[in-house]
Design a protein around this ligand. Structure first.
Ligand code: 2F8
Ligand code: CA
Length: 311
């Protein structure tokens, strides 16, 4: 064998040595392990089980750690994603706000322009209102003036109406009435009743003197007819007053009882049955009446309202 070995190459010898050594080492190792295992199992029997348990626990802890890391990474990723999403939203919101701001600015400018226009319009309206108020004042003045003119014109209506009416020829228009003074020599003096009949032929009647104004106006007229050569007893004019029914109770033609009157001093005295009244020319117009016999011949005064001209 020695020869055989020696008879081989150096390489083969080295190789064989190494292989044998390895076999020896492996065998030695296995022997040691088995010895250790045998020794340990003999000294601490739970040693192998704890080792697996620790390994399992370690693996579990490692798994938990990996899971935690995974979760953490996921959370972090989500945060990053959410952050990215929030940033996008903020950008979008900023864009929207910018658009809204621009729109608001545009609307503000439009509103400002509209306000300016409205202020201008309001100013024009104010001026127009002032102008109209001035015109209202003018119209009011004109209205007042026109109303005054209307009142004046209305006051002329009775005169116009009277002007459209006429007194008969030879009659006198006075205080809206027509009077006939039978002073002409062509008309003989006559008694009270005949004198009244003469008036009635014209639709008139003997005059009723029921006011101071009327007495004054009539006295002024009959004073013009005064004839100094004629006795006072023959210068009177019959009027529409008598006391023929009840002596001393003087009544006008319509039955109205006399209130006062313009009797001469001492009249009426019913001297010799004097039941008819007459007015006489007098300086004192308020002492112009006398009672005389109704059949006594005197002039007379007729009275009537103006008559419209026949169309
Ligand atoms: O003096 C008054 C008296 O005068 C006349 O008589 C004289 C009168 N007569 C006539 O007029 C007819 C009275 O009436 C009068 O009262
Ligand atoms: Ca008398």
């Amino acid at each position: 064998m020695e020869d055989g070995e020696n008879s081989g190459t150096a390489f083969e010898r080295t190789y064989n040595k190494l292989v044998c050594q390895e076999d020896v080492d492996e065998h030695h190792l296995h022997s040691n392990q088995e010895k250790r295992q045998v020794s340990m199992s003999m000294v601490r029997p739970e040693y192998g089980l704890n080792q697996y348990r620790r390994l399992a626990i370690s693996l579990a802890v490692l798994a938990v750690l990996l899971l935690a890391v995974d979760i953490g990474l996921g959370v972090y990723y989500n945060k990053l994603a959410n952050g990215q999403h929030s940033l996008t939203d903020i950008n979008n919101e900023v864009v929207k706000l910018q658009v809204s701001y621009n729109n608001a600015i545009r609307r503000r400018d439009e509103a400002k322009k509209e306000l300016t226009d409205m202020i201008s319009q309001q100013q024009r309206t104010k001026w127009e209102l002032q102008h109209l108020l001035g015109r209202v004042q003018d119209y009011k003045k004109q209205t007042d003036k026109i109303q005054n003119e209307i009142a004046i014109l209305k006051s002329h209506i009775p005169m116009i109406k009277d002007g459209c009416r006429h007194c008969l020829p030879g009659w006198t228009f006075m205080n809206s009435l027509c009077y006939f003074f039978a002073s002409s020599d062509t008309l003989s003096r006559r008694g009270w009743e005949q004198a009244r009949q003469h008036c009635k032929r014209f639709g008139a009647d003997l005059v009723v003197i029921d006011s101071r104004e009327k007495q004054l106006a009539i006295t002024d007229l009959i004073n013009n007819y005064k004839d100094p050569s004629r006795p006072m007893s023959a210068s009177g004019f019959w009027i529409g007053l008598r006391d023929v029914v009840d002596e001393g109770i003087w009544r006008w033609l319509d039955g109205t009882r006399l209130n006062g009157g313009f009797w001469n001093i001492g009249e009426p005295n019913d001297q010799g049955n004097e039941d008819c009244a007459a007015v006489y020319p007098r300086d004192n117009p308020f002492q112009g009446w006398n009672d005389a016999p109704c059949n006594h011949g005197l002039k007379w005064i007729c009275e009537m309202t103006p008559r419209s001209t026949p169309s």
